[in-house]
Design a protein around this ligand. Sequence first.
Ligand SMILES: Cc1ncc(COP(=O)(O)O)c(C=O)c1O
Length: 354
Amino acid sequence: MKKHNFSAGPCILPQEVFKEASQAVLDFNNSGLSILEISHRSKDFVDVMEEARSLALELLGLEGKGYKALFLQGGASTQFLMTAYNLLQSKAGYLNTGAWSDKAVKEAKKFGEVIEVASSKDANFNFIPKKLNIPTDLDYLHLTSNNTIYGTQLKDFPTTDIPLVCDMSSDIFSRQLDFSKFSLIYAGAQKNMGPAGTTLVVIKEDILGKIERDIPSMLDYQVHISKASMFNTPPVYPVYVSMLTLRWLKQLGGISAIEELNEKKANLIYSEIDVNPLFKGFAAKEDRSYMNATFTLVNEDLKETFDAMWKEAGINGINGHRSIGGYRASMYNALSLESVAALVDIMGDLERKA
Ligand SMILES: Cc1ncc(COP(=O)(O)O)c(C=O)c1O
């Protein structure tokens, strides 16, 4: 039986993508070769890379606006340092909204002065600070659009002339935004886009080349741009599966179509958390994430019963992150409304039973 997969990442991808991707392992494009055994310089793969790069820009509405898309390696964690390496000349601002942005701050400090424009660390990151103190002389301002661990999400983005850099690892392609507000967006593939192993970086080219530092080639965005994301052997299979997922999203109607479904899923689970007296939400209501819903049991004595019930119902991956405990239902693009309904049913059953 296929599980209802609420895993936080790596996570659920569309079934159609799994089918096509598994076929390509056996015979890619009727070539008599597996996608795993062809050269990354072969025309078949160069076409995949080009389609993935252009689909990413198209879906984000950034085609023809001076942006380049790259599929790199090293996870979003490498972007914590690569952004600073390429953009931080003297001073950068960071909005600290979770463990991931905290790590980004730590890396950036190796390259220059870092100002935390606001932080919710003292409240275990259960809300998004709204009053930002943004100095005017920053090289860039770094944000994390969705805080995967805590289930908070930025609803509004600062209006400023300072270039915005955003870690969108856990909500990219899930909601419509004016993506041209951002000078650099990065996202590990392993949530809404594909398997682990590649990271999408979307850069407005005119922000590059402004710093004096000598950058090692593998960490230099300009090198990757000049080589069309093929400076070294790219992660062929993760890029291919990401391309299939982006094709799937385009066929579905793009970001605005999936956003509608994501809103329905989020509304369904948050209404249950709010009406069911056995559960309590973790994140501040106005900052609740549409991707990761975090909640706890009011009475921990019910944990064993609840855990047995959801496991019995074929639900997977709702244990909360160890730093906050409780539960986390990750509802990425490929998760169906039916899966969320299955979880909500179990939460209701627990109430009727208790
Ligand atoms: C928002 C966010 N940023 C960064 C990361 C780190 O990504 P990676 O493991 O690809 O380095 C994660 C991982 O879950 C994340 O959720």
